[in-house]
Design a protein around this ligand. Sequence first.
Ligand code: 13P
Length: 253
Amino acid sequence: MTNSQRRPLIAGNWKMHKTIAESVALARAVAETRIGPRTDVVVAPVFTALAAVSKALEGSAVGLSAQNLYWEAQGAFTGELSAAMLLDAGCKYVIIGHSERRQFFAETDATVAKKSRAALSSGLVPIICVGETLSEREAGITFEVIGRQLDAALAVIEERELGSVVIAYEPVWAIGTGKTAKSSDAQLAHAYLRDRIRNRVGPAADLVRILYGGSVKADNAAELLAQPDIDGALVGGASLDADAFGRIIRAAG
Ligand code: 13P
């Protein structure tokens, strides 16, 4: 990435993996990784491990993220967690609208917007995921799909909040498949997203970090991160291994 206004962010989405003890051990190993002074690193364990991982990360440069939230502050919403509860557990970030939540848990652009608003209003940085499926890509509607997903979130975000917003472009066909978008294709999608933000809010678009996600590994990270509009990575599988994740962190600088 070339824009000095944006610090690279490498985020590990641990998805539904690891016990509390395993999560703490992995978090400690990530915290011991050499992290460049300009790079931000975040890990997103399962809910049950958040508080313990937060404690393990105290005093380290690694931030904590949740993988989801609910937009209400409290109440009769069995099984859900609010932004304030995530802050209480030590989170600074929250992943919103991951394609797996859209696919398996009926998340929509409308719920993503409500969750993004709730996160920002509470002081959590939302990592808002967008991305096209394989059939959408093959139908030639990639930009239409990611543009619609982006617009739904932008509609609830104030211009002054953009420095605290992270977008993650994750082509669904590249997640967990070993197929990575070509760095040039990923750059095109990222540039498209940034242009779309710029059309709405002007130069503040340069403050928004746009991460790439989908089979990011140690051996493809450097090329992806070298693209001018790719400001970091949202890493699934490779973030479950401290060595592999550490090599991705180092590829960021
Ligand atoms: P993989 O890195 O396992 O493809 O997962 C990407 C992802 O979904 C991160 O949120």
